[in-house]
Design a protein around this ligand. Structure first.
Ligand code: AHR
Length: 521
């Protein structure tokens, strides 16, 4: 990718159609019809669907976000400056912490007060030890620093309603209670804003191996003791199902639905389908490319199934579905040492993330939060670090390109496109999502999953007369292309100048294996 097209802020007003000017745009031999129904606006796309998950695990927090004030790595009060700046740039809307499985063994009292007095604990979920240098103060300040909402995952598995309610009071109380005073003594005068609490994590598994009936009652008990300040409500998120376990959703909604603000869903894509050998993040062929895309597309079916069950108890969709863990889970990077769950990130991750975000947008009436797993150095991360080095991943750039959809009004899209086939398997080749932001600009995302074939897309805009546009494209030389510390610019957005508007139709030369986001005025 040329240096001239690297700048993220660079964009180009497009007035002419430039076809087949480079190898990436060659081979335009089929036609795709996409209609954006700007005349039939849907619900608002909650910014929180572009949320993040940061677990106390591997190098996710320690060395990835937190290096401490005395580190030689440039930092802002202990937080890596490079990471903070990168996260601010993608407008992270919400962060879920401290787990994951870690949450149900976490005692919040270990992570408050002077850092040199905090206890060392085993990290029983993920191995190694945790010296608790990153605790409540560090998390809540971090969320404030990058402008994100705070989502705490509460310990239900080994905790108690009292511990939870005291943690919430410590964070949010503004009066003179002992807990508010304790927070002040620890250096924070004003309460923090706490937006979400998750009542346990994966309660069917690492959170306590509970059955849904039992958990639903436990949920009711905990939910009763979530006391929010009257001017700062806290949304209560029930621990939801694994993948397609709709029975879990059914029982929890039926027993506890009236006390639930959101119920979660977790789903990971394992390219091989085998947890004991998930597949390499970098050494893969077209078969794993295809299975990863199939895994991502499954999200649509999962959301539809869970949402249908929720409709039985909540037809007006008051209760949100929060997909608070999702993404690709590959084998750990062999060069990552003991950095648990650290994996590289390729163009494959980027495009599978893009189609997953498209699915969330299509279900914006029900899906009002999602948290990709995970933010830094863990699973499908935005950012990889190694000591002082940092690199932004292809998935990071998808979140960067999609930030225009945060808070936009969703616009329905129809796509007619040939399937992308590999062997006996096929999936729709082209995917699209659209939204109108609060300034009236219509943004359209187009994804071509076919790694070999470019497409000519005819994009019709029902209800608007676009006259001008700009765009960015994310693609790379190979399916396996990655960014590394030594070569950080292999997969990153470039200005897109292969589209034109004529008579209300936008013609787009969509490269193979690419994402294009257009801003249409
Ligand atoms: O994201 C890694 C782990 O995956 C989380 O801790 C757990 O909730 C899930 O099983």
């Amino acid at each position: 990718m040329k240096a001239a097209v690297r700048l993220l802020s660079q964009s180009l007003a497009v007035t002419t159609l430039l076809l087949a000017t480079s190898h990436a745009y060659a081979g335009v031999d089929t036609e795709v019809q996409v209609t954006v129904h700007a005349d039939k606006p849907g619900p608002v796309i909650h910014p929180e669907i572009y949320g993040q998950f940061a677990e106390q695990l591997g190098r996710g927090i320690y060395s990835g976000i937190w290096v401490g004030e005395n580190s030689s790595i440039p930092n802002i009060k202990g937080y890596r400056k490079d990471v903070v700046e990168a996260l601010k740039a993608i407008k992270v809307p919400v962060i879920r912490w401290p787990g994951g499985c870690f949450a149900d063994q976490y005692n919040w009292r270990d992570g408050i007060g002077p850092r040199n007095k905090r206890p060392m604990r085993m990290n029983a979920s993920w191995g190694g030890e945790d010296d608790n240098q990153f605790g409540t103060q560090e998390f809540m300040d971090f969320a404030e620093l990058i402008g994100a909402k705070a989502y705490l995952s509460i310990n239900v598995g080994t905790g108690s309603p009292r511990e939870m309610s005291q943690w919430i009071e410590y964070i949010t109380a503004d009066g003179h209670s002992a807990l508010a005073q304790e927070r002040r003594a620890n250096g924070r005068d004003k309460p923090w804003k706490l937006d979400y609490v998750g009542i346990g994590n994966e309660m069917w598994g690492c959170g306590g191996s509970m059955r849904p009936q039992f958990y639903a009652d436990v949920y009711r008990q905990y939910a009763t003791f979530v006391h929010a300040p009257s001017n700062a409500p806290i949304s209560r998120v029930a621990s939801g199902a694994n993948a397609d376990d709709v029975g879990w959703t059914d029982t929890v909604m039926s027993v506890a639905g009236s006390q639930i603000d959101a119920i979660s869903l977790h789903n990971y894509t394992i390219p091989t389908g085998d947890w004991s050998h998930k597949g390499s993040a970098t050494q893969f062929g077209e078969s794993e490319w295809m299975s990863t895309m199939q895994g991502a597309l499954r999200m649509d079916e999962l959301i539809a199934k869970h949402s249908a069950v929720m409709d039985k108890y909540d037809p007006k969709k008051r209760v949100a579905l929060a997909v608070d863990e999702w993404g690709n889970w590959m084998d750990q990077d062999p060069s990552a040492g003991d950095a648990a769950l650290c994996q590289q990130n390729s163009l494959r991750d980027a495009l599978s993330a893009a189609i997953t975000l498209d699915i969330f947008q299509a279900h914006a009436d029900r899906v009002r939060m999602a948290n990709i797993a995970q933010m830094v150095n863990v699973l499908q991360a935005m950012i990889l670090t190694d000591k002082a080095k940092m690199v932004l991943t292809p998935t990071y750039y998808v979140f960067d390109m999609y930030k225009v959809f945060q808070g936009a009004t969703s616009l329905p899209v129809d796509v007619q496109a040939p399937d992308y086939r590999y062997g006996n398997v096929s999936v729709p080749g082209v995917h699209a999502a659209a939204g109108r932001d609060t300034t009236g600009v219509v943004h359209v995302a187009l994804v071509n999953l076919d790694p070999h074939r470019a497409e000519t897309v005819h994009l019709r805009l029902a209800g608007i007369a676009g006259t001008n546009m700009q765009g960015r494209v994310l693609t790379a030389p190979a399916m396996t292309s990655i960014n590394t510390f030594d070569h950080p610019h292999i997969v990153e957005p470039a200005a897109f100048n292969h589209a034109a508007i004529k008579d209300g139709v936008v013609t787009v030369a969509l490269p193979a294996k690419s994402l294009v986001v257009l801003d249409i005025h």
